[in-house]
Write a protein that binds this ligand. Sequence first.
Ligand SMILES: Nc1ncnc2c1ncn2[C@@H]1O[C@H](COP(=O)(O)OP(=O)(O)OP(=O)(O)O)[C@@H](O)[C@H]1O
Ligand SMILES: O=P(O)(O)OC[C@H]1O[C@H](OP(=O)(O)OP(=O)(O)O)[C@H](O)[C@@H]1O
Ligand SMILES: [Mg+2]
Length: 296
Amino acid sequence: MSVNPPSSPPKQDNLLFAIPKKGRLYESVVKLLNGAGLDYNRPNRLDIAHCSSLPVTLVFLPASDIAKYVGEGNVDLGITGQDIIAESKTTVNELMNLEFGRCKLAVQAPIDSAITHPSQLAGKRIVTSFPDITANYFKQFETDKLTQIKYVGGSVEAACGLGLADGIVDLVETGTTMKAAGLEIISTIMTTQAVLISNPKTRHSKLVKKIHQRFVGFVLAQQYKMITYNICTEKLQQAIKITPGRKAPTINPLFNEAFFAVSAMVHRGDVGDIMDDLHELGATDIIVFDLENCRA
Ligand SMILES: Nc1ncnc2c1ncn2[C@@H]1O[C@H](COP(=O)(O)OP(=O)(O)OP(=O)(O)O)[C@@H](O)[C@H]1O
Ligand SMILES: O=P(O)(O)OC[C@H]1O[C@H](OP(=O)(O)OP(=O)(O)O)[C@H](O)[C@@H]1O
Ligand SMILES: [Mg+2]
């Protein structure tokens, strides 16, 4: 694998943190860094940026190289996909799932072909950006002939239409790319999402732990919203059943009234139903807030 060194030297003794320089993970990673308070200024086109808030240097690298840098280089932390870790065969510590970059790595073939099972592609021509995972996967179906696996760095879906492959192994999220290329899924090799990884031999374990904890808080905060409402004494117990909170709801009596103000964390996806249920019960002044960050 060819990898370019960063364009200017990192600050000595800073923790090095590898960030995807572009692509599908980039925007979510930038949000995560902001949310976790890792402030930085990235001069135009430079692949290196020093954080102003922590002794951390960000190195912007292709997502596909990050597992290698973290596993074998001096890079302490990184963000990349589980698919890339599996393909790199390097040992890294997977610290946490980041809940974005979700997709699956799938064997695909032209819709108008007679292929319905991956065994029909064993020994044939497969194009992919994941040659190692692909070779291992097809081994189970091979009898005499080895599967011919060709690596391409992108636009894998074009390979069948251009006569280079009988099938491909590529990532599928919505399926738009696959359908546009006239392909369909024959089998799924693995599901994947973005993860925070660390170098098992890092000299910065304290700082790794700190950043990890901040990310845990931010990712948790993204999954919840805060709801507050007023409810009369007689209906309080029923309301608590609707919003039990993560541990328990916070309940405060309202001044001079037989009412309580309740606040609780609720799952983002449940908010609509919970508001309906509370309204039906007779709760008033129901307000929902986004959580910017939290520490559970
Ligand atoms: N469509 C997608 N939906 C969700 N996650 C994806 C998708 N495509 C790729 N990923 C995840 O992001 C990782 C990096 O892929 P990405 O396409 O961003 O890199 P790239 O191909 O180097 O960049 P680019 O496509 O801009 O050339 C993948 O290994 C996978 O984990
Ligand atoms: O199922 P979908 O939602 O269409 O997403 C899947 C596509 O996304 C990625 O490609 P990307 O856009 O990164 O281009 P690339 O193939 O050139 O890397 C991946 O390689 C698939 O082709
Ligand atoms: Mg891509």
